[in-house]
Design a protein around this ligand. Structure first.
Ligand SMILES: C[S@@+](CC[C@H](N)C(=O)[O-])C[C@H]1O[C@@H](n2cnc3c(N)ncnc32)[C@H](O)[C@@H]1O
Length: 206
């Protein structure tokens, strides 16, 4: 991830929950970070945690990723980890998701594309496999190129990088696998985030 995000990048994290991701980015020298979450409880907890650690520069807002409250071309990087997956809960057949799921995913992606600067990147870290994500990422509305890699043992996670303005129109079906060694995270690192088990907003609010 460090190779894709420069210290002067403006970064938006979607559905931060109580993830450590923004802190880790901050420790890497990235200071212009905005985190959003739909849950007011998650936002308050995150604000408290960041303040207690002295990371008051990181902005945390209650906002809906399906209706992003930011101006066009505001961010160099938009990142989500396990948040897009929430939209696929109860989506029915993964090969043929329900219309409601399709509209939500498209609303999210259109918003992300809009707030990205030209040449900006959208990083998506997810359990969603390329054959399920590709129909959305490849929609004709978007100008981004698409690359991906996998990581994890047993469970495979996918790391997608979509770069705005780099779409190759000659090859509409292309989705390029990044040729880097597969990354293996220690189980504790994955467990520490445990995001896949927290897909229900109501749970956070209770
Ligand atoms: C599965 S958790 C992932 C949390 C975090 N990204 C992580 O890696 O631990 C999904 C998060 O997305 C948030 N969320 C769900 N729908 C959202 C939406 N429409 N807009 C913003 N956040 C949303 C939830 O409140 C929850 O905190």
């Amino acid at each position: 991830m460090q190779s894709h995000i420069k210290p002067n990048s403006s970064v938006l994290e979607l559905g931060c929950g109580n993830s450590q991701l923004c802190e880790e980015l901050y420790k890497d020298g990235i200071t212009d970070i905005t985190c959003i979450d739909l849950s007011s409880v998650a936002v308050e907890r995150m604000k408290e945690r960041l303040l207690s650690k002295g990371y008051e520069e990181i902005k945390v807002l209650e906002a809906d990723m399906l209706d992003l409250p930011f101006s066009n071309e505001r961010f160099d990087v938009v990142i989500e980890k396990g948040t897009m997956d929430v939209l696929f809960v109860d989506s029915g057949d993964p090969w043929n998701p329900q219309p409601a799921t399709i509209s939500k995913v498209m609303a999210m992606l259109e918003g992300v594309h809009k707030v990205l600067k030209p040449n900006g990147i959208f990083i998506s870290i997810t359990f969603g496999q390329p054959h399920f994500r590709k129909p959305f990422f490849h929609n004709a509305k978007f100008t981004w190129s698409i690359e991906w890699s996998t990581f994890g043992d047993g469970f495979h996670y996918f790391f997608y990088i979509l770069r705005k303005g780099r779409r190759c129109l000659d090859d509409e079906d292309s989705i390029e696998k990044i040729q880097i060694p597969s990354i293996s995270l220690y189980h504790e690192e994955l467990e520490g985030e445990d995001y896949i088990f927290r897909t229900n907003i109501e749970e956070l609010n209770s």
